[in-house]
Design a protein around this ligand. Structure first.
Ligand code: SF4
Ligand code: SF4
Length: 405
């Protein structure tokens, strides 16, 4: 195949020339809405990419910023009339920039450094990963069910991990957790192109010493082996990012050299929807409020789980479920994904604030989601911008209405 791009940014030309420059994707792009720049939506980025590689321009800081100022929400892919696989292209470009030592953008490399050293992106002590488990909840060492907690719920939003465990206990499941043996699922690393890269330690005089190589495949293989060694057959997720990565990315990394994943994956909203369909979800309390549901990009557009959370919410006594104008496939990103919050913190909160205002326009008093990152970013917007709305995840509602807290 003829490659007219520079060796520096070796991208499949057949995919890029698919873009017809129609700019349909511009008007629903959260990145464009935030930055108002021609290079900050899918079609614009593809034009930029093409001009860089065709003219053999050296990669500079503005190019790197444009490539990373995108939450990989896939709204553009949904809208694109010719289905340009934009997110796949941009993740490949990010990977290439990291290999060249020109990416990731800003401080995003810290997530990779921390993951290499501590097996979580926050640099927390890996031995503390299971510290969120409370004495009045139950885990086991022989269940067929496992709960993959993720870095954020383990260290930053332990109430999500606690609520998920209580929900499973309610249905007489005492899941196994991996604790210190659970490594980052690699979602933030893969999304930001840090699939494999050297890790350096910088001394006070600015000299860099090579510590080793971050290899996401090793994290994935480690996690799979830990799950398999415990005899776990079904893994539950409360984090939409972990669920997406485990369901869509892990098999790609794992299959070629190791075979198919030896367990099934299920998001907690799918688990609850199945219980509801079987007549096993009998709510004790009611929630007499107007509620709107925000689709996390990783759970919705990426994996296609739209109806399970709505089925669960509709089954709650007293609830009035209303939809925002943009919902399901056309839902708006909360601004947290794809490394956007980590790389562009204040912009991410602007995006979340706009989404919360869309929720308020429906008359809702509560916005419910089912992702740790969406909740984290919405709560930041509530705190910093004073938006007057309650932010909950489905597991929060579950433990509250079932009197489990
Ligand atoms: S993935 Fe989302 S943020 Fe990125 S260009 Fe597409 S619509 Fe915009
Ligand atoms: S909608 Fe598709 S074809 Fe149109 S500009 Fe965007 S990526 Fe290109």
């Amino acid at each position: 195949m003829k490659r007219f791009f520079t060796p520096e940014l070796d991208v499949d030309p057949d995919q890029i020339v698919l873009c017809s420059n129609c700019s349909t994707c511009r008007w629903t792009c959260t990145s464009y809405e935030e930055f108002h720049s021609e290079a900050f939506f899918a079609g614009g980025r593809l034009r930029l990419l093409r001009s860089y590689v065709e003219k053999n321009l050296p990669v500079d800081e503005s190019f790197v910023k444009a490539v990373y100022a995108c939450s990989t929400c896939e709204q553009c892919v949904e809208r694109c009339p010719v289905k340009v696989p934009y997110v796949r292209i941009i993740e490949n470009v990010r990977k290439k920039l990291v290999q060249l030592g020109k990416g990731p953008y800003g401080k995003l490399h810290v997530m990779g450094d921390m993951a290499y050293m501590h097996k979580n992106v926050f640099g927390e002590n890996k031995l503390d990963r299971g510290n969120w488990v409370k004495p009045d909840t139950r885990i086991s060492t022989d269940s067929k069910w496992g709960y993959f907690v993720g870095c954020t719920a383990s260290y930053k939003r332990p109430e999500i991990a606690d609520a998920t465990l209580r929900m499973l206990n309610y249905f007489d499941i005492e899941p196994q957790i991996l604790g210190a043996d659970e490594y980052c699922c690699c979602s933030p690393l893969i999304r930001t192109g840090q699939v494999t890269r050297p890790v350096y330690e910088e001394s006070e005089n600015g000299e860099k010493e090579l510590l080793g190589t971050l290899e996401t495949e090793k994290f994935i293989v480690h996690n799979v082996e830990q799950i398999q060694a415990r005899g776990i057959e079904h893994v539950i997720f409360s984090c939409s990012g972990c669920y997406r990565t485990t369901t869509l990315d892990w098999p790609k990394f794992y299959r070629e050299r190791h075979g198919i994943l030896p367990f099934s994956t299920q998001h907690l909203t799918q688990f609850l929807a199945l219980k509801q369909r079987k007549g096993e979800l009998n709510w004790k309390g009611s929630y007499p409020e107007t509620v709107t549901y925000h689709d996390p990009c990783h759970l919705g557009r990426h994996v296609g789980v739209f109806e399970a959370p709505r089925e669960v919410l509709r089954s709650i006594p007293g609830i009035k479920l209303v939809e925002m104008e943009r919902n399901r496939q056309n839902s708006v990103c909360c601004g947290a994904g794809g490394g956007f919050k980590a790389g562009f913190g204040e912009n991410a909160i602007n995006v979340a604030e706009r989404r919360l205002n869309q929720a308020l326009e429906t008359g809702a008093t509560t916005i419910v989601s089912s992702c740790v990152f969406c909740k984290l970013n919405f709560l930041d917007a509530v705190k910093k911008r004073g938006v007057d709305i309650k932010v909950l995840n489905i597991e929060d509602l579950f433990v509250s209405l079932m009197d489990l807290v």
